[in-house]
Design a protein around this ligand. Structure first.
Ligand SMILES: Nc1ncnc2c1ncn2[C@@H]1O[C@H](COP(=O)(O)OP(=O)(O)OP(=O)(O)O)[C@@H](O)[C@H]1O
Ligand SMILES: [Mg+2]
Length: 288
């Protein structure tokens, strides 16, 4: 399978990035038997320490606290070099990173799937929308070409407060979805000291993390299918080129370029909804 790169990020602290990323690694390793490399870009190494705490897995965790320099392109080069050298041959690479504007947002484009945990407070929903819309606005061509998947994950949500889970402002981005809610776990330390949450002996906790993991796994499968389809079509195109070459020397007519099978990626871009300027304004700022 092609290696799938997943980034768990948000500029907001304490939203559950490390808990989600480490437990996603646990789910993919234990439940789906995938080989997983894990890169913790945050200096406090929370997710690295969580993974190190358990022994029932084959995950390769790496500590790689980024140093933010004045010239942020150096940080970008450093982050990319860490991704290249630490990803190994694993099926999936998961990176945990607190987003900062010290890093150019082109780094986000290096990933197949970006998971953005967010609470459902009005302020945080708005700041998550602004973060993603700014990124999309600046990079929409590459974003659409890559068909990057963005999964907004409502995280640490109180079961009795299930409001503001729509993230309306992001609806027009075809490959953006709101994933399953990850509920607030009271006394979470009692659970995370024992092992990955998808294998918790509390069925409510394990079910919630299995649901989150299953959702991400579906997206991984979709990404793999898409990359295989676009490869298959590329090969077809190449053989048509060769046919033209042979026809030329035999004096036969050439194959009309318009009748060639077109790469899947091109047709999916055509399907993408056309965004209007209004779409790029966060929902809470639009006039009702
Ligand atoms: N679903 C949850 N229910 C209850 N507590 C949670 C949940 N997810 C995370 N926490 C707790 O919230 C705190 C912050 O979580 P975590 O470290 O995963 O967030 P973070 O976004 O990585 O934070 P930071 O910005 O500091 O890196 C931790 O104490 C963690 O145990
Ligand atoms: Mg963290």
């Amino acid at each position: 399978m092609p290696q799938i790169k997943i980034l768990v990020t948000n500029q907001k602290g304490g939203v559950g990035k490390s808990t989600l990323s480490a437990n996603l690694a646990g789910y993919l390793s234990l439940e789906k038997k995938l080989s997983v490399s894990f890169i913790d870009f945050d200096k406090q190494s929370t997710s690295y320490n969580l993974i190190k705490k358990y022994s029932d897995h084959q995950i390769a965790p790496h500590k790689a606290g980024l140093i933010y320099q004045q010239n942020s392109n150096l940080t970008l080069l450093e982050a990319r070099s860490i991704m290249r050298t630490r990803s190994g041959q694993s099926d999936v690479v998961i990176a945990d990173l607190t987003w900062t504007f010290g890093l150019p947002d082109t780094f986000l484009l290096d990933f197949d799937i970006v998971i953005v945990p967010s609470s459902n407070s009005v302020v945080e929903v708005a700041s998550t929308e602004i973060f993603l819309l700014e990124y999309y606005q600046k990079n929409s061509i590459k974003f659409n070409l890559k068909r990057q998947y963005v999964i907004v994950t409502p995280s640490r949500i109180d079961a009795d407060n299930l409001s503001n889970l729509e993230f309306e402002g992001l609806r027009f981005i075809e490959t953006c979805s709101v994933g399953p809610v990850v509920y607030r776990i009271p006394h979470i330390n009692e659970f995370i000291t024992k092992g990955f949450l998808c294998h918790s002996d509390n069925p409510v906790v394990s079910e919630n993390f299995l649901e989150f993991g299953d959702f991400v796994y579906q997206k991984i499968e979709q990404k793999i299918t898409e990359s295989q389809e676009s490869k298959r079509v590329e090969i077809v195109n190449k053989s048509v080129d060769r046919q033209n070459y042979e026809n030329y020397f035999k004096g036969l007519p050439q194959v009309d370029a318009a009748s060639r099978v077109r790469p899947v990626i091109a047709s999916s871009i055509e399907k993408a909804p056309k965004s209007t300027l209004l779409d790029l304004i966060p929902a809470f700022l639009r006039k009702k």
